[in-house]
Structures are given as structure tokens and as C-alpha cells.
Design a protein around this ligand. Structure first.
Ligand code: RB5
Length: 143
């Protein structure tokens, strides 16, 4: 699977470690920044990742910032992006099964790296549920 990753300075370390882990697992990882720990603005990287997902340059995205909220708020401005914030693996499962999140958002300053890997693994391996969940997802976009 082709996976895009992005984060601001607060998400930089986990982003890099997750990118390395996913590459080892055989995924094709594209890194949309940031590329250093220097303080930066999360929307710059959220927009780059959202555009890559919408252009189908990557199948899915993983975004990180301190709380995850800046990334999630910005990503969800893009029609067609369903960015979901998860801080434990059950939420990682539900955000895929119910919301079909095409971008997983992680609050890097509030979870351990081990928890981040658990959430990512769960989200990647969970199938999307159809039926009533599809009906609800169909109502997300404003026409
Ligand atoms: C950076 O200090 C922090 O504001 C950012 O990573 C994020 O938490 C914003 O939502």
C-alpha cells in the first residue's frame, strides 16, 4: 500500500519512526514533511497530504501534530478527506470501520510511540463496514 505521512515539529519524531516501520513492513511511504524539528505551521503539511490523497498519489495518509486537532481540522477542509483523530487502538479500529478515515491523525504529544504503532496497525488492518455506516458517510459532504 502507498501511504503518505505528514507532521509538524511536534509530530516529526513519530512521523519518521512510523515511516521507517511502515517501509520495513513493505509499504511504499511518501513523506510530505516537515523535515526537521524546527517550529513550523501544521496547515502547510496537512494541505500537502490532503492533496496527495485526493490526487491518488497515495492510498491513505497518516498525520501527526501535538494534539492532532490542527491537522484534523485542516485536513477536513478538503472535500473527500475523512481525517479521524485516534488516541487508542479501539478508536483506530472504529475510525476505519465506521468513518472510513482515509487519513489517520495522531496526537503525538499525548500518546506513546508504542500506542501510535498499535493504532496505525489496527487502522490499517481493519476493514470498512458498509450498510448503515455507508449511509452515514454518504451524508458527510455538503453538496
Ligand atoms: C504546536 O505547538 C502545536 O500547536 C501543534 O502541534 C498542534 O497541537 C496544533 O493543533
Amino acid at each position: 500500500m502507498k501511504i503518505g505521512v505528514a507532521g509538524d515539529h511536534a509530530g516529526y519524531e513519530y512521523k519518521n519512526r512510523l515511516a521507517e516501520l511502515l517501509t520495513k513492513k513493505g509499504h511504499d511511504v511518501a513523506d510530505y514533511g516537515t523535515y526537521s524539528e524546527v517550529s513550523c505551521d501544521y496547515p502547510d503539511y496537512a494541505h500537502a497530504l490532503a492533496e496527495a490523497v485526493l490526487r491518488k498519489e497515495v492510498d491513505l495518509g497518516i498525520a501527526l501534530c501535538g494534539t492532532g486537532n490542527g491537522m484534523a481540522i485542516t485536513l477536513n477542509k478538503h472535500k473527500g478527506i475523512r481525517a479521524g483523530l485516534a488516541w487508542n487502538s479501539e478508536i483506530g479500529r472504529l475510525v476505519k470501520a465506521h468513518n472510513d478515515a482515509n487519513v489517520l491523525v495522531l496526537p503525538a504529544r499525548f500518546i506513546s510511540y508504542q500506542m501510535a504503532t498499535r493504532i496505525v496497525n489496527t487502522w490499517l488492518s481493519t476493514p470498512v463496514e458498509e450498510g448503515r455506516h455507508q449511509r452515514r458517510r454518504d451524508k458527510i459532504d455538503i453538496q
